[in-house]
Ligand binder design. Sequence first.
Ligand SMILES: Cc1cc2nc3c(=O)[nH]c(=O)nc-3n(C[C@H](O)[C@H](O)[C@H](O)COP(=O)(O)O)c2cc1C
Length: 192
Amino acid sequence: MKKISLQPTNDYCPQTLFLYGTYNEDGEADFGLFCWFSYTWDKELGVMACIGGSKRTLDNIHRTKVFSANLVTEKILPLADYMGCVDGNKPEKMNGLNLDVEKGRVLAVPVLTASPVNYELEVKQFIPTDSGEVMLCAIRNVLQDETLAGEHASPTEKLAEIAPVQTTCERYFSWKGENLGAWGEPMAQFSK
Ligand SMILES: Cc1cc2nc3c(=O)[nH]c(=O)nc-3n(C[C@H](O)[C@H](O)[C@H](O)COP(=O)(O)O)c2cc1C
């Protein structure tokens, strides 16, 4: 394989997507879309997440030290894309949405019912960077759709059923690798 050198890029390195749920000061839920999310190991499984620039989600996390991370699946991609393209500091972002949101079982975080896997995360360490922040988080609880438990289907079948969305090259891809559109396109199918 003959290699070429490039400027920093993560093209062709697919990532999983999560909707981070936080509460605004007035108690309303806000959701933002995030892909800079991965795992750590320090005696137990943890999460590392990077937020670039200032945004409503980061302000809320600074205030509460907690957030939820809700796995993005093909079914909720139009909603997720909307949450990634509309600024949470604009009041119209969350106005008029008819979302099923429940409270975490362990932490006071908004959990998106339509997402089949949800982490309840507590930030243990904020690491400021030049233009953002890396957060090391403890996983205080994992919520999973009950149909993912049990032996009725293999992990392969369960993954195909929930169909997590992947992203790279500023596009979304289905679990099977089909093109689901560029960032900003699927939200056209989302109506309030
Ligand atoms: C596909 C996609 C992935 C994103 N991933 C991140 C990310 O990992 N980190 C980040 O800081 N912003 C990311 N964003 C941008 C945020 O979703 C965006 O700033 C959004 O407005 C955040 O929600 P909020 O304004 O309600 O806080 C991403 C946007 C898209 C469309």
